[in-house]
Ligand binder design. Structure first.
Ligand code: URP
Ligand code: ZN
Ligand code: ZN
Length: 474
């Protein structure tokens, strides 16, 4: 059955205008006024509201096995919560154990994700190196639509990459036309600082940010950028939380390097005072990496987003409940790292971004969907309202308010780092490939409705990088 979204104001990455949108099946089939309607078309009234591309969260970890436990939101509950907040696609991470064949890990994640309620793609992490890893990167890129690979520069003795792995993998990414991405923290320094703090008797969550100061992030971001510069690859840096990594990105971009930056809603809004709260459950509930930073970093991150040095907003959605966090009761380095956010990102960015005048509505669309779709080669199928695009659409009431709470959220976790924040601007309706999954507080997410998104290699910026390299004679 066709659906007409009538009377709303369309907002896309370029501009906003009054128009209706006609959907049929999975797809947007017409945009305009006085459209011819197939018989039986259902009409959704969007009067007084905005009609935007559904959000894309390019950084989530559903049911991730991590630090001796498994993240509590699975692919169904997590994507369903996303739909409640207006997010219609995720890019999650396949993270092989060191020595585990990439294809084995990829098959496991593909199986877990079959229950997703919204569409999903995968980055694949490179956690070790040999010829089979190089070969499987090719198989993933050419046959399975994986066009970005992730490198953890932290988590020593687990999934951390050293420089040798970074250089090998970035080189392979270049051959394949795939985008290397990094979690930028110097894992060697984190390991050393954790040991030192524990020896000094600092065992509580306050030790977490102390063991991961901003310089640790800045060093790794700069190192990854310079490796990418020498090899001639583009680079995407996930969850920038500190002025130091932002400055490294801005500097590289100013020199003509193609570096993309992501920022999390949490790092834009929460500061490090949370780790000094004497309530272990509260402080541990905020333990994620990189940690929340002193306030001045938030102002810099907002400015970076406005200036275009940061391109995407994400959540790093990775939930652990209080009993899971309690694994680090006597040793902060054992608290599972991760926080929730997929349900709240869109409202938080609207309220604090558009509501404060930092972002225009079109800039909001860019940083919540279009830029991620373009960088990760999902555009224009995702992140756009043009005819032929997937009908992943959010109807947005810019005046409606809600107060965020773990008591009312749909995420499968007992804690919310945004607890008590009131936000103005929320999704009244969310369509996932043409199907209404969220209607005025009624969550109708369907288990298994989500589809795997195959992403081709060689996005347009990649060609530009290659041209620039050949023009420079290298
Ligand atoms: O603390 C975090 N961010 N947990 C998830 C894994 C990662 O580093 O992205
Ligand atoms: Zn990370
Ligand atoms: Zn992550």
């Amino acid at each position: 059955m066709a659906t007409l979204i009538r009377g709303g104001t369309l907002v896309d990455a370029e501009y906003s205008f009054r128009a209706d949108v006609l959907l049929d099946g999975d797809t947007i089939i017409a945009v305009g006024n006085d459209l011819d309607l197939p018989s039986g078309t259902q009409v959704i009234d969007a009067g007084g509201q905005l009609v935007m591309p559904g959000g894309i969260d390019p950084h989530t970890h559903m049911q991730l096995p991590f630090m001796g436990t498994v993240a509590s939101d699975d692919f169904f509950t997590g994507t369903a919560a996303g739909l409640a907040g207006g997010t219609t696609s995720i890019i999650d991470f396949v993270i092989p154990n060191p020595q585990q064949p990439l294809m084995e890990a990829f098959a496991a994640w593909r199986g877990w994700a079959e229950k997703a309620a919204a569409d999903y793609a995968f980055h694949v992490a490179i956690t070790w190196w040999d010829e089979t890893v190089s070969r499987d990167m090719g198989v993933l890129a050419r046959e399975h639509g994986v066009s970005s690979f992730k490198h953890f520069m932290a988590y020593k003795n687990a999934i951390m990459c050293d420089d040798e792995v970074l250089v090998n993998s970035f080189t392979r990414c270049l051959e394949l036309g795939a985008l290397p991405t990094v979690h930028a923290e110097n894992g060697e320094l984190v390991f050393r600082l954790q040991k030192k703090l524990l020896e000094m008797g600092v065992t509580g969550p306050e030790g977490h940010p102390q063991s991961r100061p901003p310089a640790v992030e800045g060093e790794a971001a700069n190192r990854a950028i310079r490796i990418a510069e020498v090899l001639g690859t583009p680079l995407y840096i996930v969850h920038n939380s500190a002025k130091q990594s932002l400055e490294a990105i801005a500097r590289a971009r100013g020199e003509g390097q193609r570096v993309f930056g992501e920022v999390l809603a949490g790092h834009l809004l929460i500061d490090d005072s949370v780790y000094r709260n004497p309530d272990f459950a509260f402080a541990a509930g905020h333990v994620m990496s990189p940690p929340f930073r002193p306030k001045e970093h938030q102002a810099a991150l907002w400015a970076g987003l406005q200036a275009g040095h940061l391109h995407t907003t994400a959540t790093d959605h990775c939930c652990f409940c209080a009993p899971q966090k309690a694994a680090g009761k006597d040793d902060f380095s054992k608290i599972p790292n991760g926080c929730a956010g997929i349900e709240d990102r869109m409202s938080l960015l609207w309220h604090h971004g558009v509501g404060s005048g930092r972002l225009t509505p079109s800039e909001f669309v860019r940083v919540t969907s279009t830029n991620a779709a373009q960088i990760f080669n999902l555009h224009p199928r995702k992140g756009s309202l043009r005819v032929g695009a997937d009908a992943d659409i959010v109807i947005w009431d810019p005046e409606a308010t809600r107060t965020i709470s773990a008591k009312t959220h749909h995420q499968n976790v007992d804690f919310n780092v945004f607890e008590g924040m009131t936000v103005k601007g929320l999704a009244t309706h969310t369509f996932t490939r043409g199907q209404l999954a969220w209607v005025n507080g009624d969550l109708r997410a369907e288990r298994g409705r989500g589809r795997y998104l195959s992403r081709p290699t060689h996005p347009p910026y990649f060609e530009a990088n290659t041209l620039r390299r050949s023009a420079a004679g290298n």
